[in-house]
Design a binder for this molecule. Structure first.
Ligand code: FAD
Length: 309
């Protein structure tokens, strides 16, 4: 728990980020979790994965922005990515995941409106490319704002997906609200270090909350997206799908690029729909540290590559 908190703190350190981001991608643990720095890397990896029968969601890694032009640049990067994915004939199997803080939500005064406008442009580009968008979920303080933006976007783009985090105590109720026809909900444990007032702090409690949330989603009319590498939860999802007579393809599993790749392929062979979350871009530092917080064993591997670079 202490290592996790320290690493999540390090994910916000600018000095560490500047040092680590300058390391060559291929020589570090980074290339295991991140497609590469360029859009062409994301398109290449998405092509490889779809060639193996996996679906993909691509995340353009970008920091929280406090500058309007930076937010516009991120939105343009997504529009350009969607055009490239369409040109490579990878849509609709490849969609994009978007973080509202990278689209300007933290800008003073009308940050949320700016993020909504940027997100709308991305949704339009996705619709033109014949694919969808999922809004990533961030710290608990931003959940209401993300769900507000989701509601606005879904009026014009009904297939925009949301993410809910089982770590948060409010999530079971949010699942009930969103388990409606046409609603795509990605359920994850939650990557942020949240206070006890709003979150379960014990791993067992988070897992039990995850199961309760899955029950709501599978019983509902929406499209559950089960985002976890946890073998027990994957198994329980399978039983719930059977209990609710859900056909394969009326829900999906999601896992991160580089994590449990054999399990991803095993599920595909079993006829399940599996989507891999593929991040790319030069600003990979905070993403990588969040992954290391979940698996500190990989930290030793990273430190060895830093020492030898
Ligand atoms: P954990 O408890 O971390 O792991 C459970 C088990 O999975 C481990 O015991 C092990 O058996 C296996 N495992 C885990 N990591 C590894 C590894 N590196 N190698 C091998 N086995 C491993 N979080 C957010 O807060 N917001 C988001 O928008 C968001 N989007 C996500 C999208 C996707 C597709 C996924 C998969 C996750 C997303 N997350 C997001 C992250 C999520 O919240 C968790 O932090 C992350 O998935 C780790 O939780 P876990 O469910 O895999 O369980």
């Amino acid at each position: 728990m202490m290592v996790r908190s320290a690493l999540l703190g390090a994910s916000r350190s600018d000095r560490l980020r500047h040092t680590v981001e300058r390391l060559p991608l291929t020589r570090t643990v980074v290339s295991r979790y991140v497609a590469g720095a360029e859009q062409s890397d994301a398109v290449r990896v998405a092509g490889e994965l779809t060639g193996e029968g996996l679906a993909v969601t691509v995340d353009h890694l970008a920091e929280d922005t406090h500058d309007r032009s930076q937010a516009t640049t991120v939105a343009q990067a997504y529009v350009s990515l969607l055009e490239a994915l369409h040109k490579a004939e990878l849509t609709p199997d490849v969609e994009v995941s978007v973080r509202l803080s990278a689209l300007g939500r933290s800008l003073p005064a009308d940050g949320e409106a700016i993020a909504l406008e940027n997100a709308r442009q991305i949704c339009q580009a996705a619709a033109d490319a014949g694919t969808t968008v999922t809004l990533d979920m961030e710290e608990h303080t931003t959940v209401d704002s993300t769900l507000d933006v989701l509601r606005e976007l879904r009026q014009d783009f009904p297939d925009v997906g949301a993410v809910l985090q089982a770590r948060l105590k409010r999530t079971e109720a949010d699942c009930r609200d969103l388990a409606q026809s046409g609603s795509r909900v990605r359920l994850c444990k939650g990557a942020y270090d949240e206070p006890e007032s709003v979150a379960f702090r014990d791993r067992g409690e988070v897992d039990r909350s995850y199961v309760r949330c899955m029950k709501v989603l599978f019983a509902g009319d929406g499209y559950p997206m089960i985002a976890t590498h946890d073998p027990r939860l994957v198994e329980i999802a399978g039983s719930l799908a059977a209990r609710h007579r859900r056909e394969q393809g009326s829900y999906e599993y999601q896992m991160l690029y580089g994590i449990r790749p054999r399990e991803q392929r095993r599920l595909v062979r079993a006829g399940e729909r599996v989507r891999v979350y593929v991040p790319y871009g030069p600003q990979w530092y905070a993403y990588l540290v969040r992954r290391l917080a979940e698996r500190p064993a990989d930290l030793a591997f990273l430190l060895r590559s830093v020492a030898s670079s």
